[in-house]
Design a protein around this ligand. Structure first.
Ligand code: HEC
Ligand code: HEC
Ligand code: HEC
Length: 452
């Protein structure tokens, strides 16, 4: 054995040791890391479930339980600590089967509801461990903030007028019942909302009394329309059907929408600003200060005199006979509400007298309003409802946890580094083996001949 050979041998042994150590270390790290990985993926699943649940809540529950689970009128709050500790099965049952003799409908498909068992379990998760500020933002961003409180009051003067119609007493009863039970979904004056169709509508009036009675009594399976036979008597249901069939005789405004501010979130205001500069600024000026083509909107008098609902109606229907276009057929209600929310935030600093932008073209590009950041709109697929019942100003809390943020995790944050270590270890040991193989092949002819 000469010295150089000894050295190679030593090198081989050391390399082998190093590789083994690397593998052991890599494996150990991987195994130690495994619980963390499992926990991480569980958190991920929980996160996705809560995310789904917030949308389900917005679409199905917020109309009765409020923007952020705070409850509306007689409808109980869901952001209630007692529900967080309620047994999982009891809570599941309540949502799946509803509460007999109350307005709380059954939601499971088995009971004619609209939700799968999985979706119901997601909602149970939301009630027990969800974030209600985030939920509020979701409801608003989807344009599903409740239009009218679950229960409203009919206009007393107009209600008195109804008494003079044929069978006026029945219609009066029906209007009152409608205000108490149906207006949240079917809208002020029965004109519909983003979640339920208009009933004050020619096509509905043409339906037979039998058909309408069946819908009101048994509901419409798989939709938000629950059966009312548990809550209303057959006479009350008949009265409501009479109202639906004779709504054209009832004076408009008998079930007015209360003028509540439109709820906003950071995202909805950003979206509103973006839509305003794309669609409105060329006539109304980049800062809403007006141009030769259209009046100022960013001015005290207009903003104090015009409620959110009125602005929404002007934007939706346009101003006939003027250059102000109809926007209702080009934008969703959620988008129009976002614009109204954006216009409304000018009010605090609006000037008494507006100084119109020159030229009426929105000014040269460098003068345009560019401080409205674009955010991804998750409102495009949704129909919307109308005005929030909550204050549009108290939104400091749950800001902008939109879906856009979840997709921005960089690959290196989710990459499992222990795998790299493992691969490295395996590679180095295989290199050592190959190297040792070569060595022994080369050695054989040199050492063997002298032995013969
Ligand atoms: C049409 C109105 C309406 C809708 C829509 C609605 N609820 Fe309810 N909900 C009620 C009413 C009313 C009650 C109270 C029932 C009672 O008196 O026990 C209630 C009760 C509950 C309770 C029990 C609360 C408690 O303190 O015991 C839960 C949980 C609940 N609802 C969840 C939901 C979920 C989840 C959705 C959406 C999938 C939903 N609700 C949709 C009206 C509604
Ligand atoms: C939680 C929301 C909600 C409430 C509350 C509600 N509805 Fe509905 N209603 C709906 C939805 C959604 C539909 C559409 C169902 C469908 O697509 O089949 C509907 C459909 C109807 C229809 C059928 C319309 C047609 O075109 O045939 C009638 C009639 C009706 N509702 C009456 C009422 C009455 C009366 C009340 C109050 C006692 C009421 N609804 C309360 C959501 C609601
Ligand atoms: C083609 C020009 C044009 C565009 C684009 C336009 N408007 Fe108008 N808008 C007008 C004119 C003209 C009036 C005044 C109508 C009248 O005489 O009552 C008006 C009136 C209004 C009013 C009522 C103002 C008041 O003092 O009563 C509001 C609110 C409004 N527009 C909002 C919008 C919004 C929001 C957009 C974008 C989605 C928009 N407009 C886009 C031309 C335009």
């Amino acid at each position: 054995m000469n010295l150089p050979q000894n050295r190679t041998r030593l090198f081989e042994v050391l390399a082998g040791l190093l590789a083994t150590q690397l593998i052991v270390f890599g494996l150990g790290f991987y195994m130690l890391h495994e619980p963390v990985r499992i926990a991480e993926s569980q958190t991920q699943i929980l996160h996705t479930q809560l995310d789904d649940a917030m949308t389900l809540y917005a679409q199905n529950c917020s109309v009765c339980h409020g923007l952020s689970g705070e409850g509306i009128g007689a409808t109980p709050a869901l952001n209630n600590p007692a529900l967080q500790t309620m047994a999982y099965d009891d809570l599941t049952k309540t949502i799946a089967r509803g509460r007999f003799n109350t307005a709380m409908p059954a939601w499971s498909r088995e009971d004619g509801g609209a939700l799968s068992d999985y979706q119901i379990s997601e909602l149970v998760g939301l009630v027990q461990s969800g974030d209600w500020n985030e939920t509020r933002d979701r409801v608003v961003n989807l344009g599903l903030a409740p239009l009218v409180p679950f229960t409203t009051e009919p206009d007393p003067a107009l209600l008195a007028e109804v008494a003079n119609l044929p069978d006026g007493a029945t219609l009066q009863t029906a209007v009152t019942l409608f205000a108490a039970n149906c207006v949240a979904c079917h809208g002020a004056d029965g004109l519909g909302t983003g979640i339920a169709p208009a009933l004050n509508d020619l096509l509905v009036r043409e339906k037979t009394a039998d058909e309408l009675t069946r819908t009101v009594t048994f509901g419409s399976a798989g939709t938000l329309m629950a059966g009312w036979s548990n809550v209303l008597t057959p006479e009350e249901i008949n009265a409501l059907v009479t109202l639906v069939q004779r709504w054209d005789e009832v004076p408009a405004g008998i079930l007015p929408a209360p003028n509540v501010p439109i709820a906003t979130t950071e995202e909805s205001i950003a979206l509103g600003g973006q839509l305003f500069s794309q669609n409105c600024s060329r006539c109304h000026g980049p800062e809403g200060q007006g141009t030769q083509r259209a009046p100022a909107l960013n001015v005290k008098a207009f903003l104090t005199d015009t409620g959110d609902l009125a602005i929404q109606q002007i934007v939706t229907n346009g101003v006939p006979g003027t250059a102000m276009p109809v926007w209702g057929d080009r934008m969703t209600e959620a988008e129009i509400q976002a614009i109204v929310g954006f216009i409304r935030q000018w009010e605090a600093n609006a000037p008494e007298v507006a100084v119109p932008a020159k030229g009426g073209g929105g000014g040269p590009p460098w003068m345009r309003n560019n401080n409205t950041t674009a955010t991804t709109s998750n409102s495009t697929t949704q129909q919307s409802t109308g005005q929030g019942t909550q204050s549009g100003t108290g939104q400091g809390q749950g800001q902008g946890q939109g879906q856009s943020q979840q997709t921005t995790t960089a690959w290196w944050q989710t990459f499992d580094w222990s795998i790299l270590l493992l691969i490295f270890g395996v590679l180095s040991i295989s290199f050592t083996l190959i190297f040792m193989g070569f060595e022994s092949l080369q050695r054989r002819p040199k050492t063997k001949p002298p032995e013969k």
